[in-house]
Design a protein around this ligand. Structure first.
Ligand code: GDP
Length: 307
């Protein structure tokens, strides 16, 4: 199965909820007779409800609905109008900078249970399959189990790993991983960080220290900071995301567990509210279940006509 089919399958719980009703609305609003008129109030309200139920979020829904209310007399179809507006939301997110520095150091951050360690394993596998030679770094020294889990993923993906010894300093492990990666010719270095310490302030201090030490080991590091968000948490993940974004300098999002939720519209809320690009989505627990995100494919899969 290609990426697009897997995305569609991953989004199936969301589309099951959305599609029947959306098709009905579109049919009513897009008849020859209706196309040249403003969209009816009831249709707009039903659309609003539908978007909110898929967790598109209040602000992004408002933006889409405003565009629909203002449907011009050019005869745009409601389907195209909605799809176009969502695409525009994604177009407003900044892509990661291409500064040309190597090896790339990529920190993976997020709250425990969101799928961080799994994502590091899957991402290592994906990058290796595309011809790169990633190294994974287990810097969650707070949880021995996380180090063991990452070891299993590294073995599965067939990539090098630098792991923390119990109680060692996470920043020192990251420094070691960058040096080791350089000497082995590995690029990028994927760093699995802790998702919880004794308290939030400690966690943010630790991330800050990792950033400073990484910068000493490699110019411009960390080059990317990927925030892992669990789609099943929906809107509630956004507040978490805001905190990480401020402190950890997040540059992009990985949205996991899209397969387990009807709230797949949360991708739109993330792009709209956080202005962060979504780079990958998780659609299952297997090693191949991470796919590069394409907003066009996502919008097509969300409002597909028939497939
Ligand atoms: P961490 O605590 O953030 O490192 O989270 P883990 O990587 O340990 O993952 C927590 C749970 O989420 C595990 O049971 C994973 O198998 C599961 N998981 C991670 N990503 C996905 C995904 O994309 N889809 C599904 N269905 N489960 C996932």
């Amino acid at each position: 199965m290609g990426f697009l089919d897997r995305l569609r399958q991953g989004l199936s719980r969301t589309t099951q909820q959305l599609l029947g009703r959306f098709d009905e609305l579109v049919q009513q609003a897009d008849t020859e007779d209706q196309r040249s008129r403003p969209v009816e109030v009831e249709t707009v309200e039903a659309l609003e409800e539908l978007l909110l139920s898929a967790d598109v979020g209040v602000a992004a829904t408002e933006r889409i609905v405003t565009a629909v209310r203002g449907r011009s007399r050019r005869g745009e179809s409601l389907r195209d109008l909605v799809k176009g507006e969502i695409r525009a939301v994604f177009a407003g997110t900044a892509p990661p900078s291409a500064d040309g520095l190597h090896p790339r150091v990529i920190l993976i951050v997020g709250v425990n249970g969101t799928g961080k360690t799994t994502t590091v394993g899957k991402l290592a596998n994906l990058l290796k399959a595309s011809g790169q030679r990633p190294l994974v770094c287990a810097a969650d020294t707070f949880r021995a189990a996380a180090v063991e889990q990452l070891q299993i993923w590294a073995t599965r993906a067939g990539v090098d790993i630098v792991r923390a010894k119990d109680g060692s300093d996470p920043a020192a492990v990251v420094f070691d991983a960058i040096q080791t990666g350089r000497s082995l010719g590995c690029d990028p270095i994927l760093v699995d960080t802790a998702g919880r310490l004794h308290n939030r302030v400690n966690l943010m201090h630790e991330l800050d220290k990792i950033r400073r030490v990484a910068a000493r080991a490699a110019e411009g590091a960390p080059h990317e900071v990927l925030l892992v968000l669990d789609a099943t948490v929906g809107q509630n993940g956004l507040q978490q995301a805001k905190e990480f974004t401020t402190v950890a300098g997040v540059t992009g999002v990985v949205l996991t567990k899209l397969d387990g939720t009807a709230k797949g519209g949360v991708a739109v809320a993330i792009a709209h509210d956080l202005k962060l690009p979504i780079l990958y989505v998780g659609v299952g627990e297997g090693i191949d279940d991470l796919i590069p995100f394409s907003s066009d494919e996502y919008v097509d899969a969300l409002f597909q006509e028939k497939w």
